[in-house]
Design a protein around this ligand. Structure first.
Ligand code: SAH
Length: 227
């Protein structure tokens, strides 16, 4: 079946994607590398066939097992924050990145365009398998999928230039900070006291951790253990 028929997003999904990218730029995303990555990765290949027509809208969508693929604007925003890490600016790009919460694999594919190596960990076997299937046609040799509890990070790949969480908890696990390289940056949704979830940025400097609280966000909960 020709791809255009299979995807149902019109004859040219690149045109639809470019419109999405224009909206991201209008919304404040300035990094050419991030905009390029968002233009490259075919988000419609990561959602169920009934949802492909919404794949390029700025909305989160269900991916099964009660989880969601994040909105394009949030994916772009978080990736842009990672690229502004001290080590990424000094090194001309991102070295090794850890993603907590592979989900359908979309953000991992975007990160695969931006980083030298991407380690992504998912606690739900069904989604880990789905992400593997979704990512196979892209043949991204630098994206490594793991089944496991991302609350513990992934020590084997450490230290990371960046850690990005796609699920929100009440506190940043110590392991994440330990596994971050000096000059590296962590971006994660986190609940403040009172329950409001915000985007948190932690920079690991030679003098210690520096934390910034950014805008409110809505992510699925970070949970422990494998299921
Ligand atoms: N980046 C994903 C978003 C998935 S939603 C995408 O592009 O599709 C967040 C994911 O985090 C869910 O799949 C959820 O199962 C997973 N998750 C939650 N807690 C986790 C943990 N401790 N370790 C690994 N994955 C976790």
């Amino acid at each position: 079946m020709p791809a255009a028929t299979a995807v149902g997003v019109g004859l040219d999904s690149a045109a639809v994607r470019n419109r999405m990218v224009q909206k991201l730029a209008a919304g404040g995303i300035t990094s050419p590398a991030v905009l390029q990555a968002m233009a490259t990765v075919e988000r419609h290949r990561f959602v169920d066939s009934g949802l492909v027509n919404q794949a390029y809208e700025d909305t989160s969508l269900p991916i099964g097992l009660g989880q969601t693929i994040s909105k394009p604007s949030v994916v772009a925003r978080m990736c842009e924050l990672l690229l502004s890490a001290e080590s990424a600016r000094a090194g001309g790009g991102l070295a090794r990145v850890l993603e907590i919460g592979t989900g359908c694999g979309y953000q991992a594919a975007v990160l695969g365009q931006l980083a030298r190596e991407v380690y992504t960990i998912e606690r739900l076997r069904g989604l880990h398998d789905k992400a593997r299937d979704n990512l196979r046609p892209f043949r991204l040799a630098n994206v490594h999928l793991m089944l496991g509890d991302g609350m513990l990070g992934y020590a084997k790949g450490a230290p990371y230039a960046a850690i990005i969480a796609a699920a929100g908890g009440d506190a940043v696990p110590q392991e994440w900070c330990d596994q971050l390289a000096v000059g590296g940056r962590l971006v994660a949704p986190m609940a403040l006291t009172g329950g409001q979830q915000v985007l948190l940025v932690i920079d690991k400097t030679p003098h210690g951790l520096k934390q910034s609280v950014l805008e409110p966000v809505h992510f699925v909960p970070l949970k422990s253990g494998i299921a």
